[in-house]
Design a protein around this ligand. Sequence first.
Ligand SMILES: [Zn+2]
Length: 468
Amino acid sequence: MRFFGMAAFAAAFAVAGPAMAAALPFNPEEATQAWLATMGPEATARSNSYFEGGYLLDFAGTAISIVVAGLMLILGWARGVRTWIEQKLKWFPLVAFGSSLFYILVSSVLTFPFSWYMGFVRQHEYNLSTQTFGEWFNEQLIGLGIGIVIGSIFLTVLYLIIRAARKTWWIWGSVVTVAFAAVMSMLYPVYIAPLFNTSTPMEQSELRDSIIALAQANGVPADNVYVYDRSRQTNSISANVSGFGPTTRISLADTLLERTSPEAVRAVMAHEIGHYVLKHNISGLIFSSILIVFSFAFVHFTFGWASKNERWGIRDISDPAGLPLVMVLLAVVGLITAPLQRNLIYFNEQQADMFGLNAAREPDGFAEASVLLSEYRKMEPSALEEWFFYDHPSGWNRVHNAMVWKAHEIAAGRLPNTPGGPPPGWVPDFVRDRGAATNAEPTQEPAATPPAASPATTTEQSPAAPSN
Ligand SMILES: [Zn+2]
């Protein structure tokens, strides 16, 4: 889509002639490169390595979850647990609940080494985490506790639907799943987020007033701005819209406030206000529901064929002994739906970016924040890479959008004429602060520093809570 947009732009440009280009006060391409160059080769390499490493790890995570679920089938655990509960309790909802609980618990335990590497070790390797192992582990336990209770209840309801409508469950199951997701998003900021982070009203300041004015000017009924202590998990910057319906709120991370200029904070908050105004939680839910129907239909129509192995002891799709197989099928179809889901999020993020630029009118602040996000997102991917792996526009895209916007606004006389590119001497804080440390240690610091922590990405990945 961006490709066609660019082609159309190029065509229009060719017709309009070079007069348009001459009118711009600076070259947006050069200004974009100047912003990206502030990172220097070392930070750029670190950013690329962190994000590109995630590509393979993403597939590894899927492979590991398939292996674990496969083991539970092959070793007869799923069948054994179902039979045991059936004999003891003789009531289907409890059989479904117990089998689900067993599956979630065992798979969480068996995949723990991977979670530990991803969430803790790797985050420390890249200087993103601020947690000790104890702090991180404690959060994992809380997350597991919530996941077991909510996940088991959800799967029990799903099995009751499957049992009641064996042929059409994938339709009714999708409806219930979407409703469940909406309710969970609504409860999230009130009951779940506080288990991981403390949210407090932002302190009185000029910046706070300007954010509230920005919100109110765009029809957001906000009289408060919330700051959450993201620094408890990570030093990377973020902001988000969380909740659903009456609980919807916009929050900014304390790290954003501490590390960036007021202009960058305003730019980021305008992006989040964009999510709110454009009702991205609703469109996100509608997009997701299409993928859920597709995924459940895939499970429904492949289950009979996939469950033929008699040693697994699966009676039919309504048998909770087949839950690991359902999970394997979902993981397989996820290989197709995950990039689609990322593209749907990307679509909304792109809109929020443009909304934010127009609302805050802080192109330099937006470029600044985009560079700081390189700590966990590669700046200059190939087009294919960005299409497949990105759920937010790349840093290059964001800075470029900001510079194009700025050049045109200056040319139109709606913005004071300031140069493109970063302010003289500006470098991202992670380059400035780490300069001394990296000189002292020529190599990366793997085991030398005590393991500390991982980012609590789990705390802000509700489907209706797009971040940054
Ligand atoms: Zn966003």
